[in-house]
Design a protein around this ligand. Sequence first.
Ligand SMILES: Cc1cc2nc3c(=O)[nH]c(=O)nc-3n(C[C@H](O)[C@H](O)[C@H](O)COP(=O)(O)O)c2cc1C
Ligand code: SF4
Length: 426
Amino acid sequence: MEAVLTRHLDAHAPLSLQAYQAAGGYHSLDAAFDHKPEEIIAIVEAANLRGRGGAGFSCGLKWRLRGADAPRPRYLVCNIDESEPGTFKDRHLLYGGPHQIIEAVIVSAYALQAEQVVIFVRGEYGKGGHGLKRAIEEAEKAGLVGSNIKGSGFNLQIKVHLSGGRYICGEETAMLNAIEGRRPNPRHKIPRPSVKGLWQHPTTINNVETLVNVPHILLNGADWFRALGINGGCGPKLFCVSGMVQHPGLFELPCGTPARELIFEHAGGLAAGRTLQGFIPGGASTAFLLPEHLDVPMDFDPVAKAGSRLGTAAIIVLDDTTCPVQATLNLMRFFARESCGFCTPCRDGLPYLAQILTAIADGEGRAEDLILMEELCNTIGPQSFCAFAPGAVMPLTSSLQCFRDHYESHIATGRCPFDAANKSGA
Ligand SMILES: Cc1cc2nc3c(=O)[nH]c(=O)nc-3n(C[C@H](O)[C@H](O)[C@H](O)COP(=O)(O)O)c2cc1C
Ligand code: SF4
């Protein structure tokens, strides 16, 4: 598949406005203004563009459900918070091609008839955020952002909000609080942000990778987009592969590409003599999969059927020298630290899980710890306020199932077998 989303990306020298326009950039604006907003929404829905932020909800359906008669002002929030461990796709889009993002939010905001866009950028991506601001100024000067864009009668303001820097800010309702200058705790989902979002006005939130597909869909059509995917997937997809592979990196491939191809062809496979122990398919908050799942198409429904989530499509690979207990502990420490602290099961339960796991990893675990951890995972997820906690316990729940013998061995022998094997070079 020819690159679509990464075609013009260059993190060292992103295209200027003129260069981007010369390469075909911003052409979708004319196409957009030739359509009625609801026609664009129908095309995006027909393309089956599913949200790339993690949940895979249909973008066109989300836009249609907001309703054409939603009161004004309306907001579109573009999510570039990207704090999920293992995930670095949105960073490439931000640093490599700010004008692609601006074009995408203009066309999307027109479809939604939203007159305000806020682009929420991860705090650590400050340089990319500043590059984006400069590109917005360029676009404003050229009349592509502002009043009566290209004589269409459509007015749009775009603001960049640099995050204070917490994982929870990526959750859409916490993000709304963050933009409003409040503590970024998640909000109740009812009423939904599409009804009462930013400053109580109708707000649509989408991941940046979702949005950058929209101009291409508009220019090339829904059928073209669907045909780009394979194995039932639709469109191009950005995959991150990291961990114990020879060539970790970002790969733009058809949605539905099997994990085997991603790991062993594009990411160069494992080091000589190593074998695959397992992999996380969609960033830290998704369940482990095993070698038997290598042929599962990396698309939302097949990965869910295999017992995990496509999430952010960030594959993290464990080979036979990686201790799955230590790897899981690493993730649990992250989630324990990143709990926003608003509700008790998550705030107190995650550090407790990390504490038990630390004891096991240090060779001080007890046989009853495994059942205790399972019970805690089963309680913390459902009893917490937002989707952070169910995601946080997912790698542990699955690790206890997939790699149980390793946990039992740590407890029985009082040591990590991988420490000894790695030290002896075995
Ligand atoms: C704890 C948590 C963190 C999240 N972080 C991000 C994030 O960094 N980027 C993102 O796009 N979506 C993130 N999401 C999902 C958003 O809440 C939201 O569903 C998404 O931005 C919608 O965009 P999409 O429909 O285009 O996928 C997160 C969700 C949760 C529960
Ligand atoms: S589940 Fe965790 S992140 Fe979500 S509101 Fe409760 S404490 Fe905050």
